[in-house]
Design a protein around this ligand. Sequence first.
Ligand code: OGA
Ligand code: MN
Length: 291
Amino acid sequence: MPVATATEQALEIKPLHPLFGAEIIGLDLREPLDDETFAKVRDAFNNYSVLLFRRQDITDDQHVAFSRRFGELEETGFAIAAPNPYIYRLANVDDQGNVLAMDAVKRTFLEVNARWHTDSSFRAIPAMASILSGKEVPEGEGETCFASMRVAYKAMPEGRKKSLEGMRAIHSYAYSVSLFGEVGVTQEEKDAVPPVEHPMVRTHAPTGEKSLYVSGHIESIVGMPVEEGRLLAKELIDWCTRPEYVYTHRWQRHDLVMWDNRCVLHRATSVPSKQKRIMHRTTIAGEGPVV
Ligand code: OGA
Ligand code: MN
């Protein structure tokens, strides 16, 4: 009889919400997964769009190694960097570990995440996935909400789908941060990511299914007056995020949550004023322009 090695791990899939999302039970992500197990995780990710792995007390290096299995990683770049260039650190604490004052400039970076968005939609090649690790999590606040734009697209009337065909939106990092008073972001950082155009409906490559592709980073819609375009973007985001379509994740310490930026919107519910919230994220780069 073959002896089970440390890398052969049995896995169980438990849905998180009736429409999308699943918890993957039985894996220790500090260890490299064997190819067969990894393929199951990747398939679950492509089908469920949001995956939760509980009790993963991993180091940044282990987090990066697991993320790398899915593809190339984005480097952090922005001022919020952690020592590891692939780790984006979202923390409401200062360098001494004290919770930030309510007027601290650093809070801006966290508050931007309170609008529904998909990560790096302001890049010419937007992120494929993000993997977020809860290092210190508050109780009763600081949840993360998710909504599937693939589910939302499928539920749209055919006429509405047709009207969106070929439409393109302009996504802009500078616009997004401008909504929070500009503070803390340099001109150089903004210039590094000039506004980009993406289709508003995209094909989710692994499943071949169509998905809406809208985000809080949308500044305007090509061929529409600015205000009208913003209203349309808002209306579509509202459609995707009707309460019964949203999975709200209440964090436990050492949860690892992974989402598909090609077809999932997410937002932070709040930045705690007193409790610590420290999260580390890796970002898996997209494979090419949005189609
Ligand atoms: C992110 C993000 C939301 C949160 O990590 O990309 O938007 O709840 N996070 O921290
Ligand atoms: Mn985000």
